[in-house]
Design a protein around this ligand. Structure first.
Ligand SMILES: [Zn+2]
Length: 287
């Protein structure tokens, strides 16, 4: 689950909820009984549903917000009045190319709209109910970096954000949500490949040309991913290198390799030819 998926989900939910009031909220009897803020959202309109990184945020008109984070598999479904599921486009699995599947867990929240439809959240997300003015002061959100899909970041912004990271390599820094919010492992690999940057390059040693390439690649890759998850983009090969070890690089034909690139615990797929280590840049950083 990464930023583009959650952004596409936010768009779908916005379209479904726009102009409607949440009339009733049902939660399992043994959960969240004490959450007065959550239950009191019934009877109010939703002003906005949007995402920041992997966080899905609902703003209600009465100054209360829901924050949801997909710690594990989750599902948001729109159910027609009468119980028939309209479709399952908002049920996600972790990989960008994986097939959507409805989780077997029981619903966590059923929000009934004023036209009889229901928005049903299932799975095991982190779910918080907060007062909207306090939203960005919450520890989970206060340290989040900017979302490249929500705002265009300049080379200076990128340089500043990368210097905030304590992660030594660019592969690890891109996954650091305090640096940039919403980049998951698949899109980290794709951004590095599109930018021609070796994953083990030291984040603070990147020169301006590489940072520019990263900024451009991130915008292009994340936007393409967002359009894919929206269903706007039909293409055979969404990922150039991710999960394609041994296959030819679409740019140069060299076999794609996979490596941990340090101790970050995440595998990185990359092309050893298109993404050569740029040792010269460490010596001659004239950009
Ligand atoms: Zn290549």
């Amino acid at each position: 689950m990464d930023g583009p998926q959650v952004k596409a989900l936010a768009h779908r939910l916005s379209v479904a909820v726009w102009g409607h009031r949440v009339d009733r909220i049902d939660v399992p009897v043994d959960r969240w009984q004490a959450n007065v803020l959550l239950k009191h959202c019934a009877g109010h309109h939703v002003l906005r549903i949007y995402s920041h990184g992997c966080w899905l945020i609902w703003n209600f008109e009465h100054g209360v917000s829901w924050l949801c984070y997909p710690v594990r598999r989750w599902s948001w479904e729109i159910v027609q009045a009468g119980g028939a599921f309209i479709r399952e486009p908002t049920a996600w699995t972790p990989g960008p190319t994986a097939v959507a599947a409805r989780p077997r867990s029981r619903p966590l929240i059923r929000s009934q709209l004023d036209d009889g439809r229901e928005i049903v959240l299932s799975g095991r997300p982190l779910f918080l109910t907060l007062l909207t003015p306090d939203l960005w002061r919450h520890p989970h959100l206060a340290d989040l970096g900017p979302d490249p899909l929500a705002q265009e970041l300049s080379v200076a912004d990128w340089r500043f954000r990368l210097r905030l990271s304590e992660k030594p390599t660019i592969a690890r820094a891109l996954l650091d949500q305090r640096v940039l919010a919403g980049i998951g492992n698949p899109w980290k690999c794709e951004i590095l490949h599109a930018a021609g940057v070796h994953p083990a390059t030291r984040a603070i040693a990147l020169h301006s040309r590489q940072i520019q390439q990263l900024a451009t690649a991130a915008q292009a890759c994340l936007t393409r991913a967002y359009r894919h998850y929206l269903g706007d983009l039909q293409e055979g090969r969404l990922c150039a290198v991710y999960d394609r070890a041994g296959e030819p690089c679409p740019t140069c034909g060299t076999a794609i390799i996979v490596d941990r690139c340090g101790r970050d615990g995440h595998w990185t797929w990359y092309c050893p030819k298109c993404q050569r280590p740029d040792t010269q840049a460490l010596l001659f950083d004239n950009w």
